[in-house]
Design a protein around this ligand. Structure first.
Ligand code: ZN
Length: 237
């Protein structure tokens, strides 16, 4: 795996680099009956400098060792993990864990991560990396750099829908409704957007959608409940 690849991207956490500089970036957790292992790392100068800023964090993540595609976070069974002797709360996981406050950041201090699990035949990967916390405004800016949907794109989608309805319901008088109210906030949409993977013309407010996902990351379209990940979102003016 290359630096920054392997794990599913976190849209609110921009990957900067991996920290375990004295070790391989990824360590496999082998499938044995019970597993106990320690990982040591020293924060390099770049990390030491970066974490003095509030929006930079050190994240600890686990996922399955699976090269078939980007992996969502996944904890090994019965995971217990300690960073410099302090046990992390893994209840409600899997999720990326912010371990910044538990790390010794000076270049001469050794950090110790102790992991234990009961192995059940799967390989897991552990990663410690430096990330930059992005804000809702950062994501809106990124969204605005993408090519927005044109009037023609929307017209094509409407025609497609009308054809579909005509065939299935045998009627030509069909009304396609699109509300200017965001289905999430029930207020007027400020930044209209939708996922290119969705088949509806109803849009939602990107600002509200990002706020919701900043609190709890699930990236599900509020209109049709299909996955609507950041890369598939476009502004639909
Ligand atoms: Zn949808």
């Amino acid at each position: 795996w290359q630096d920054g690849q392997g794990f599913l991207l976190l849209w609110f956490w921009q990957h900067c680099h991996h920290i375990c500089s004295s070790f391989k970036n990824y360590e496999k957790i082998t499938p044995v009956f019970s597993y106990q292992r320690s990982y040591r790392f020293v924060a390099d100068q770049e990390t030491a400098r970066a974490v003095t800023k509030d929006d930079n964090k050190i994240l600890l993540r686990f996922c399955l060792m699976d090269l078939s595609g980007e992996q969502d976070d996944k904890f090994p069974p019965e995971l217990k993990v300690l960073v410099n002797g302090i046990e992390l709360d893994t209840k409600g996981g899997p999720f990326p864990m912010d371990i910044t406050a538990l790390c010794k950041i000076t270049c001469d201090a050794l950090n110790l991560i102790q992991v234990s699990s009961i192995g059940l035949g799967n390989y897991y990967v552990i990663s410690v990396s430096l990330v930059k916390k992005l804000t809702v405004s950062n994501l809106i800016e990124k969204l605005k750099t993408k090519k927005p949907l044109t009037m023609q794109d929307t017209q094509t989608l409407i025609k497609k829908q009308l054809r579909g309805e005509t065939l299935s319901e045998d009627t030509t008088a069909t009304i396609i409704q699109c509300s200017l109210m965001c289905p999430l906030s029930m207020t007027r949409i400020v930044v209209p957007c939708r996922a290119t993977s969705c088949h509806h013309i109803q849009v939602f407010d990107a600002i509200v959608y990002f706020r919701v996902n900043e609190l709890k990351s699930n990236w599900i379209c509020p209109v049709c409940n299909s996955p609507a990940l950041f890369p598939s979102l476009v502004i639909d003016g």
